[in-house]
Design a protein around this ligand. Sequence first.
Ligand code: SF4
Ligand code: SF4
Length: 366
Amino acid sequence: MITKKANLLNVLKNIYISREEPISLVHFLTNRCNARCSFCFIDFDDENTFKGELSLEEIEKLTKKLGNSLLNVNFTGGEPFARKEIIDIAKKYIDNTTIQSIYITTNGSLPDRVEKFAKEITEYDKEIELTFQISIDDLPEAHNKVRKINNLFDQCIETYEKIKKIKNCNAVVSITVTHENCDNIENIFNHLHVENKINNIKCTIVRDEGVYKTPMEKKKKILDAFTFLTNKIKNLSKEGNITNYNTNTLQGRLHRKKDFISWNMIKETYLDPKYISLCHAGGLFGIIKANGDVYPCEILEDKKLGNVRNNQYNFINLWKSTSNKKIKKFIKDTKCNCSYECALSYNILGNYRYQHNLLKSAFNLD
Ligand code: SF4
Ligand code: SF4
């Protein structure tokens, strides 16, 4: 892990010993979204869903109290580009924290806003790495229908092409394997990779969260499709035909290997959930909701740590509080486990058992 703004020794001590400051946070900038995907976990019918977003001024205060180890923030939502102040929010993170990268998940429906953001932020901070994860889950007509936006597929491709031209920006298309696309996954992949020449493709597996529950009878088919897709991406990336990361760099090789390890963990546990290794949610990784609620992860909805508004926006105090120590103890004692990729990434990074494989990849030994 290479750090520019954070002190490397402090970060390593935090990752491997104390684990009391986040190195990555997911910040839900808003719950608003112009799409209405059938598998979305947001309850758009609940009037409280859109209430109480943290203002820019509140986010500014929050960013000053995020600790000294934060390397990455993931902007998500809702649709993060529905938040008009997203450029100013990114600048607050750049000015006030130790981040070196911003990862943004978008439905890809707003190519001009995304391009403006990418150009302005890479101009503002020439060292920041931006990754835009654009969700595409199906062939054009079906994708537009499932997400309920006309012409969305074409807008996603336009967004991808625009980002690819900007220095220090990475665009990646992410396919979420769900009960709706699992029967057609090979055609979808070919349409993206072969016909639309998309070379950066990742995939995730749909998870039960909020108001979405996976139909039980579809789980085996979803897993088969996920297995097919991950094998395909793995083989093509080893041949250099999929380039999700720059494997000429140490970090690129580590990230690629981390994906391979986490896909295997998901395959091992999706149908038969079981504990594999300690989850560092609540330590190295955490969640800030649009209204300022703080959670260790997206799944443990009954484990809210508190709200930054009630804690003088001092996130790190909340993170080091007795109530979070109890939550981390709960996660450890219950051998908490799930298939949530964001948390898996930091669990792999923070667990000794994976370091051997990561190091082998770092030095091109596998
Ligand atoms: S694009 Fe994302 S946030 Fe918007 S409805 Fe779909 S799943 Fe939900
Ligand atoms: S294992 Fe999953 S549910 Fe449990 S704390 Fe980690 S991310 Fe949350």
